[in-house]
Design a protein around this ligand. Structure first.
Ligand SMILES: Cc1cc2nc3c(=O)[nH]c(=O)nc-3n(C[C@H](O)[C@H](O)[C@H](O)COP(=O)(O)OP(=O)(O)OC[C@H]3O[C@@H](n4cnc5c(N)ncnc54)[C@H](O)[C@@H]3O)c2cc1C
Ligand SMILES: NC(=O)C1=CN([C@@H]2O[C@H](COP(=O)(O)OP(=O)(O)OC[C@H]3O[C@@H](n4cnc5c(N)ncnc54)[C@H](OP(=O)(O)O)[C@@H]3O)[C@@H](O)[C@H]2O)C=CC1
Ligand SMILES: O=C(O)C(=O)Cc1c[nH]c2ccccc12
Length: 426
C-alpha cells in the first residue's frame, strides 16, 4: 500500500506527479450538486476533497450563462440543503443572486475546492478496493498531474458539462460569427443584426427574447416540437402547480390539465410554428429529460413578429442559410442553442452504473444516485436543482453511516484507522 502513495516523478521536464490519499470521498465538480453533497458530508463530519476543472465554484453559472438569466423555477425549488435563500431574494433570483448564495453556501460549510484540476480518468482498483482519480492542472509548461486515491467517488460534473455542437453542412465555412449559447452574454452587440438562433429550448427562447429586446432580428429554428408553458398561470408558478397536482394525480392527468391551462392562457401556439410533442410536458421531462420551455416573454415577441420562427436548417452557404422548406435567409451571426451533454464517458472508466450517454442507468438498484464499489452520482436525475439536493442528502447519509460505523471502533491494523488519518500528500 505504501508504494502506491509515494511521490512519483515520471516526466522530469514538465509534470510533477503526486499521489494523494483522500480521507473520505472525492467529489468531482464544484457546481451546486458538488457543493450540496460537500455541505451534507460536513454535517456528518465526513472529510472530503472537491476537484473542480474551472477556477471558481459554479462555473456553469459564473462563466457559461448570459447576463439577464434568472432562475426559472421559484426559489424554494432551487435552494440547496441546510441553507435557505435569504428572505430578501425575489421569487425568481437573478444569476448574480444565485451565485452570491452559492459563494456564501461554500464558505458557511467550509468548502474549499481544489480549482483548476480537471479529472482525466477515474477507475476502481479491484485489488485495493479503492478509486484512483487522475487530474491535470496548469498550462503545458507547468502541467501537473495528480492521482487521488479514495474509497468513495461522487460524480457531480452535471448534465450540462459540455456543449452540443451540431454538424450542419457548410457551418464551418459560414462567414459570420458562430457561438454556442453558453458564450452568449447579451444582445447589445447584435443590435440591428440578423441572428439565427438554432434550437428552441429554454436557452434558444431566452436568447431570442434578449436579442429582440436589444433590437436585433432573431430567427429561431424549431426543427421538431416544443412544449411552451407560461412561467405563471394566474400569478402562480406553473411548475409549483404541477408539483402540487402530482401529489394527487398521475403524470398523464397532470399533463392533460397543464395543456388545457396552457391553451387558455397562450392559445394555439402551433399557428406560430411551435408544434407540441406527442408526449405531455412533465412526462417528456421525466422520460427523456427534455425540459419544457417556461415562457418569460419570447412568445409575445413571436406574436408581434419580433422573433421569427423558422423550420430546420438544411445547409449554410457563405452568409446564407437554406432551410428544410427551401427558404433562404441572409444572416449575420448564428447562436447555437443546441443544448448540452454529460462528459462522464470521457473520464470515468466504468460501465455498470453509468450508461454510454453519461447518465446513470437508473434501473440498477432502483436508484439514480448509488452505484457499487463506492460510486455515487449527484444531479443526474433530470429534476433540476431540487433533484440534485435530494441526491446530495441521500449520498451523504449513505457514506456518513458507513463512516460512523468504521470510525467508532478503530483498531491499529484495520483500514478504518488508515481512513481516519488526515488527507496526506506523498
Ligand atoms: C442556463 C441554465 C439555467 C438553469 N436554470 C435552472 C433553474 O432555474 N432551476 C433548476 O432547478 N435548474 C436549472 N438548470 C439546471 C442545471 O443543471 C442546474 O442549475 C445546476 O447548475 C446543475 O448543477 P450541477 O452541479 O449538477 O452541474 P454544474 O452546475 O454544471 O456543475 C458541474 C461542475 O463540474 C465541473 N466539471 C465538469 N467536468 C469536470 C471534470 N472532468 N473535472 C473537474 N470538474 C469538472 C464543471 O466545471 C462544473 O463547475 C439550469 C441549467 C442551465 C444550463
Ligand atoms: N432560465 C432558466 O432557468 C434557463 C434554464 N435552462 C435549462 O438548461 C438546460 C439546457 O437547455 P437548452 O440549452 O435550451 O438545451 P435543450 O437541450 O433543452 O434544447 C436544445 C434545443 O436545440 C435543438 N437542436 C439540437 N440540435 C439541433 C440541430 N442540429 N438543428 C436544430 N435544432 C437543434 C433541440 O431540438 P430537438 O428538440 O428537435 O432535438 C432543442 O430545441 C435545460 O434544462 C433548460 O431548462 C436554459 C436556459 C434558461
Ligand atoms: O431548468 C431545468 O433544467 C430543470 O431541470 C428544472 C426542472 C425540473 N423539472 C422541470 C419541469 C418543468 C420545467 C423545469 C423543470
Amino acid at each position: 500500500m505504501e508504494n502506491m502513495f509515494r511521490l512519483i516523478d515520471h516526466d522530469q521536464e514538465a509534470a510533477t506527479n503526486r499521489c494523494i490519499w483522500v480521507n473520505g470521498p472525492v467529489i468531482v465538480g464544484a457546481g451546486p450538486s458538488g457543493l450540496a453533497t460537500a455541505a451534507c458530508l460536513r454535517e456528518q463530519n465526513v472529510p472530503f476533497v472537491v476537484l473542480e476543472r474551472a477556477d471558481c465554484i459554479a462555473s456553469l453559472w459564473q462563466k457559461r450563462t448570459y447576463d439577464r438569466l434568472k432562475l426559472h423555477l421559484p426559489k424554494q425549488f432551487c435552494q440547496l440543503p441546510k441553507m435557505p435563500f435569504p428572505e430578501s431574494f425575489p421569487e425568481y433570483p437573478t444569476k448574480r443572486q444565485f451565485i452570491d448564495y452559492l459563494e456564501s453556501y461554500a464558505s458557511r460549510f467550509g468548502i474549499s475546492p481544489k480549482f483548476n484540476e480537471c479529472v482525466q480518468t477515474a477507475r476502481f482498483d479491484e485489488t485495493s478496493g479503492l478509486w484512483r482519480v487522475k487530474t491535470v492542472s496548469g498550462a503545458e509548461s507547468t502541467r501537473t498531474e495528480v492521482e487521488y486515491i479514495c474509497r468513495w467517488l461522487v460524480v457531480a460534473t452535471g448534465e450540462n458539462a459540455e456543449r452540443v455542437m451540431p454538424e450542419i453542412e457548410g457551418l464551418s465555412e459560414f462567414t459570420g460569427e458562430v457561438i454556442h449559447a453558453c458564450d452568449y452574454k447579451s444582445g447589445e452587440k447584435f443590435a440591428g443584426k440578423k441572428v439565427l438562433v438554432v434550437g428552441c429550448g429554454n436557452s434558444g427562447m431566452e436568447v431570442s427574447l434578449d436579442l429582440a429586446n436589444h433590437l436585433a432580428k432573431p430567427s429561431m429554428v424549431v426543427r421538431s416540437s416544443v412544449h411552451v408553458m407560461p412561467r405563471e398561470i394566474m400569478g402562480k408558478s406553473t411548475f409549483e402547480l404541477a408539483m402540487k397536482m402530482l401529489k394527487w394525480f398521475p403524470l398523464w392527468l397532470v399533463d392533460k390539465i397543464l395543456l388545457v391551462l396552457c391553451w387558455f392562457v397562450l392559445g394555439n401556439i402551433e399557428r406560430y410554428g411551435l408544434k407540441r410533442p406527442e408526449m405531455g410536458p412533465m412526462e417528456l421531462k421525466s422520460a427523456k429529460g427534455k425540459t419544457p420551455v417556461l415562457d418569460i416573454g419570447a412568445l409575445e415577441k413571436i406574436r408581434s413578429g419580433n422573433i421569427d420562427v423558422v423550420p430546420g436548417v438544411k445547409r449554410f452557404n457563405g452568409n446564407r442559410v437554406e432551410l428544410v422548406n427551401g427558404e433562404q435567409l441572409d444572416v449575420d451571426s448564428v447562436v447555437l442553442a443546441t443544448g448540452y451533454r454529460s462528459n462522464v464517458p470521457y473520464w470515468l472508466q466504468e460501465s455498470e452504473f453509468f450508461a454510454k450517454n453519461g447518465f446513470p442507468k437508473t434501473a440498477i438498484g432502483n436508484s439514480g444516485w448509488k452505484g457499487r464499489t463506492g460510486l455515487y452520482a449527484v444531479g443526474f436525475t433530470r429534476r433540476g436543482l431540487s433533484g440534485a439536493s435530494m441526491d446530495a442528502v441521500n449520498i451523504a447519509q449513505d457514506i456518513g453511516s458507513v463512516w460512523k460505523l468504521e470510525t467508532k471502533q478503530p483498531t491499529k491494523r484495520s483500514t478504518g484507522s488508515l481512513r481516519r488519518c488526515i488527507s496526506q500528500q506523498f
